[in-house]
Every structure is written in C-alpha cells, then in structure tokens.
Design a protein around this ligand. Structure first.
Ligand code: ADP
Ligand code: MG
Length: 618
C-alpha cells in the first residue's frame, strides 16, 4: 500500500490551532491585551469596531520588537517568555505558548507596527492568512500596535457562527473587565465604534473596580485581607444586601490572572451562608497570590482554569477570611461562628411574620349531646389542616412531593381535551362554586370534568405575563403610568450601553426614559404592571439577562424581555393567593395561546383523571 500520511502544510495547521485559541473576537482581545501587559506597557488602548468582527486594535507603549522578532512572533511556538520546560513552573507572564499571534494571523488580516525604545525606526508588517504581505521600515512610536481586521475572513463557517455585534461586544467587555481588574496599575482606554467606553487611569484595586462598575459600587465594597504561608488574599466582597439574583460580578485572580474555580466560588458562597437570601449570589473581587510553582495553569487552552497543589487548605483559608471580613466590618449584625448552623432559622423564614395559631372553637359543641360528636371531630380536622399548612410553610421552596408522585406518563396533555372549549365549559362552574384551593403555597388545584388539574402557580403566572408583555411589545399597545417624580437610578457605563440597546423595546412595554448619562437614568414612566419600587430590580434583571443572553436561547430581544419581565414579576412559590386571585389566575392561564408550558418550557399544570385516581386505589 502506498504511504498516505502527509504533514499538514503550516497554514492549515495554524488554522486548526486557531480554532482552539480564537473562538471569537473576545479571544483575540484577551491575547492582544495580555501580550501588551507582558511587554511591560503602562498605557494600553483597545479599539473595536462591529463587535470586533471588523477591527480589533490594541496599542501599547511596551518594549516593542526588533525587525527579526516582529517576523518571528507570528511563527507557531515562537515565544520570548519561556526557554525550557522548567520555566513552565515559574511563570510570571500571561502568555507562554507562543501560539496566539500565529493563530490570529492564520484567520485574519493583521497589521503590526512595532519599535523598541532604543531604535530610531520601527517595523511595519502586514499579514494575511499566515502569509507576510509586506514588511517595511517606518517611523513609529515606542511600543507595539496590532490591528486585527476581518476575523475569520477565510473560514466563512466560523464567521457565520459569530453572534450579533452587541453580543460579541459583551464578550469583549467581559474579557476587558477581567484584564483591567487584574492590572490596576496600567492605564486602559477602550473605544467602541468611535465612542469611548472606558477611560481607566492608573489606580489602586478599589478605584479600578469603581471606575469599571460605576461610582455606586464604592459603597458596596468590604475589604478582605489575609496573609498566610500558603496564600496571600486581598480584594473585596460586596456587602450581603447587594447580593444579586444573577451571577455577574464574581472575580478570582490568581497571580494577576483571572481564573474560574467553582471550588473556590463555593468557599466564598458558603461563607455568606445565612446572611444572604437563598438563590442570590454575592459579588466579589478576590486577588490570590500563591507560589507560581504551586499551581498549574497549563491544563486549559484558554487558561482560565488553574490546578492548585493544596486546594483544601485554600478553601478553608478563603472561607474563614471572608467570614472574618463580614464580621469585622459589621456587615452581619451578630455572626456567631460557634453557633450550630442547624439551629439557625432559615433565611426565608426569618423574613416572615410569626403567625398566631388559629384555634377554631365550635361553640355549638356539646360533648353530652348525641350527634354533635361528629361535628366536633370535623372542626378539629379543619384546625389540624391549618396547623399543618403553617408548618409546611417552613418547607416552601423545597420540592413538593406532589408533582413528582404523579408519573409523567399518566398525564394527559391532549390539548383538545384540556384547553379551550372544554375548559370553558368548566369555567362556569369554577367561578360560581370557586372550587380552587392552594396546595403548599405552590400549586392551585381545581376540578375539571375528567378529574382534577394541579397548576404550578408561579409558572402559570409567568405564562400569563409573558404573553401579555409579548403582545404589548409586538403591537406597541402598552399602557404606561407616568411618575409624578421621575426616578433617578444609577447604572455602570457598561450597563448603560445595554440599556440603550433595549430602550426602544422597553418603551413599547410602557417604560418612559429621560436622560441617560453620567451613570444615571431618569425613569419617567413605568408599565402598569410594574410598581415604582420594583423598577430598579426589574431593570437590573433585564440587564443581567441581556448579558447572559450571550449563551441563551431566546428568539429575539422582545422574547428575552418578555421572559425576563415574566420571571421577575410573577407570583412566586410560597406566596399565599386569595381565592379570587386563584380563580383569576386559572382563567387567565386558560385564555393564553399556550397554557401547557411556561415561557421557559416547563410544564405549567398536570391533569389527574378520575381513572388515574381509581387506579391508585386498586
Ligand atoms: P506568547 O505570548 O505565548 O509568547 P504570542 O504569539 O502571543 O505568544 O506572542 C509571541 C511573541 O511575540 C511573544 O513571546 C513576544 O515576544 C512577542 N510579542 C507579542 N506581542 C507583543 C507586544 N505587544 N509587545 C512586544 N512583544 C510582543
Ligand atoms: Mg501571548
């Protein structure tokens, strides 16, 4: 048989390698910023056009490169940062693989200008798909300028795979945040499509965080410091009252490098246990310094995961350091470290008012009178029910057994039988006799011809609100309530960019905005369904959902907005609904176009037919 194995030509190998290094414009931004930092720059400028698809340009005032190095830097495995294998265990630079520039040049048009300080003239080099197009001597300033244009110009499939410009810009901004927070002593500028997004002067960590996330951040920060032999920890946590429903401002840096670590994240979250509401996340900016020899950053191509030698010790130190900060800065009124966790009242229950036990007295009950016995028993039953309901309230939020017990296979989701006309027939009797009741503050139970249905109250309300908002956005028919005194809300400049993007859609559902500048937004009108006190929360949630949408599955911006509003404003599990609200909710649900599933594709209700029940009694 003839030999069939061939070595791949360099440009093909580079394109393949590029797939790993360059996933999207944000990856290029990360690599170029890191190169500038490694070059010892004191000021770095990032310029981006069309979400980085058209242009990513990084200019630094670092050490620059000689003409030969300029050429060599685009070769694969060309690096000035390590020379031998041992160097890998003592890394002080961001890069070390020597792959980034080779990968970027394989899939874009690159123009580099570079000059070391001591040289009179610099080098101007143009590359296209791994090929050098031109190399000239030119008058340039000290440092390096890298312009990367038309990303993936030669791999249309990859280019088509990119998300919209604003989503790509958000990825870039995330990457930018990670880099600038790790390096407060370097000044950064960031321009997008000609307008300035960030202007960050050289500063300390605290000022840098505030400059990035807006002036309102300052009051949220609680300092954290600890120095042990294993690790030095510094940075900030957000005060518990600023914990957010979504993940967002959570940053770990190890030796000035942003990392992701679910394990260390858990250490922080567990330190906050009991002081923040369940389902909310604390914000943190934590800087860890460890011996470079005790970590391995080589395990992931994009280098955000790190392997520590002694993770367990790190976990314990981190957790107790955070607890200490929370206590020391008096953000927790009385945090007793010795106290048994099991004795603590669950947070959700702390907020609730104590309920006075209700005692039903049957005044007509006469123990000596025949026939009144049964009456006595029934009133006792009623009482024990209320008692157990209050007791069950303790467990709200825990998965109810009801939904699970009914096997999915036994549910009948024949939409013809359940929704629409059949239900309409039932509606009459439903309204007049009010045969609904609430189960464990989570489900609404009601009867239909064929048996009963159990409705998840929160999901049902989500469905109702979702359709309502979607309709408002589509036909622009929302009613707005004007505020007598406009609200002034503050947002970071990055949040404002997102708000600007979704402003028009928000108008259609009833928000009226005044000026948006200097990190504040004037809100002059709100949708009728949103109360004044909810506005801040709703907008925060919208912004963070838009950020997340990056990986989300929404069809469109309006779909995303409607989903977020539905989620934020819906009745939650644990809320008591009066009988009139129960009936209204059931009626509204079945007036929906699609009542079976929530906007997040979860079942809204299940039916249990008489047959199903009969079968259980066999
Ligand atoms: P790595 O950073 O892993 O070494 P890169 O492909 O990113 O690999 O860069 C290759 C080499 O090019 C670097 O080792 C460095 O010597 C040089 N280089 C890249 N960018 C710059 C820059 N902005 N300033 C000075 N030198 C640079
Ligand atoms: Mg590099």
């Amino acid at each position: 048989m003839a030999d069939i194995i061939k070595l791949l030509p360099d440009h093909v190998a580079n394109q393949i390698a590029a797939g790993e290094v360059v996933q999207r414009p944000a990856s290029v931004v990360k690599e170029l910023l890191e190169n500038a930092i490694d070059a010892g720059a004191s000021t770095i400028m990032l310029i981006v056009r069309d979400g980085g698809k058209a242009l990513i340009h990084v200019v630094d005032d670092g050490i620059g490169m000689s003409a030969t190095d300029a050429r060599l830097s685009f070769e694969r495995h060309a690096t000035s940062k390590i020379q031998k294998a041992e160097d890998l265990f003592n890394l002080n630079t961001k890069g070390f693989r020597g792959e980034a520039l080779a990968s970027i040049a394989a899939i874009a048009h690159v123009e580099m200008q570079t000059k070391p300080e001591c040289d009179e003239l610099g080098t101007v080099l143009k590359m296209e798909g791994s090929k050098i197009i031109s190399q000239e001597v030119g008058a340039t300033t000290k440092g390096t300028s890298m312009a990367v244009k038309n990303l993936f110009f030669n791999i249309p499939a990859r280019r088509n795979f990119l998300k919209s410009n604003h989503v790509e810009l958000r990825h870039i901004t995330d990457e930018f945040h990670r880099v600038v927070l790790a390096h407060p002593t370097i000044a950064f500028h960031f321009h997008n499509n000609g307008s300035e997004m960030f202007n960050l002067p050289k500063s300390n960590h605290r000022q840098r965080i505030v400059n990035v996330f807006g002036s309102k951040t300052n009051q949220k920060l609680v300092p954290v410091t600890e120095a042990t032999q294993v690790v030095k920890i510094s940075g900030f946590i957000n005060k518990p009252e600023f914990a957010k429903k979504s993940r967002g401002e959570q940053f770990f840096f190890v030796n000035h490098r942003f990392i992701k670590s679910p394990y260390l994240h858990h250490a922080v979250v567990s330190a906050f246990e009991g002081v923040i509401k369940p389902d909310t996340y604390p914000g943190y900016f934590l800087y860890l310094e460890v011996d470079p020899a005790s970590i391995d950053i080589n395990i992931h191509p994009t280098k955000t995961e790190v392997k520590f030698d002694d993770e367990h010790t790190l976990y314990a130190i981190l957790r107790s350091t955070i607890k200490h900060s929370l206590g020391q800065f008096n953000v927790v009124p009385a945090l007793d470290f010795e106290q048994d966790q099991n004795l603590e009242t669950p947070y959700a229950y702390k907020e609730k008012e104590a309920q006075v036990p209700r005692v039903a007295v049957d005044s007509g009950f006469n123990p000596f009178q025949e026939g009144s016995k049964s009456k006595g028993v029934s009133s006792y039953r009623k009482e024990s029910n209320t008692g157990s309901q209050a007791w069950e309230g303790l467990y709200t939020g825990l998965e109810s057994a009801i939904g699970k017990e009914v096997a999915f296979s036994s549910m009948q989701f024949e939409s013809e039988t359940i929704t629409g006309s059949v239900f309409d027939e039932e509606k009459e009797s439903l309204e007049s006799t009010a045969t609904t009741f609430q189960l464990r503050r989570k489900y609404i139970v009601t009867t239909i011809k064929s048996g009963m249905i159990v409705i998840d109250q929160s999901r049902a309300h989500q469905r109702v609100l979702y359709e309502k908002f979607l309709k408002n956005i589509t036909i622009k028919g929302a009613v707005s309530q004007q505020l007598l005194f406009p609200l002034s809300l503050s947002f970071s400049s990055a949040d404002l960019v997102i708000l600007e993007e979704i402003k028009e859609s928000l108008n259609t559902i009833g928000f009226i905005f005044g000026k948006m500048e200097n990190e504040t937004v004037a809100v002059k009108g709100v949708p009728v369904l949103v109360s004044e006190s909810e506005v801040g929360m709703v907008l925060d949630q919208l912004i963070s959902d838009c950020q997340m949408e990056v990986s989300g599955d929404s069809f469109s911006q309006s779909d995303l907005l409607a989903k977020t509003l539905a989620k934020t404003l819906s009745v939650k599990t644990g809320e008591i609904l009066e009988s009139a609200s129960q009936i209204a909710l059931v009626n509204n649900l079945f007036a929906c176009k699609e009542s079976l599933v929530s906007p997040f594709n979860k079942p809204v209700y299940i039916t249990i037919t008489e047959n199903d029940i009969d079968r259980k009694f066999i």
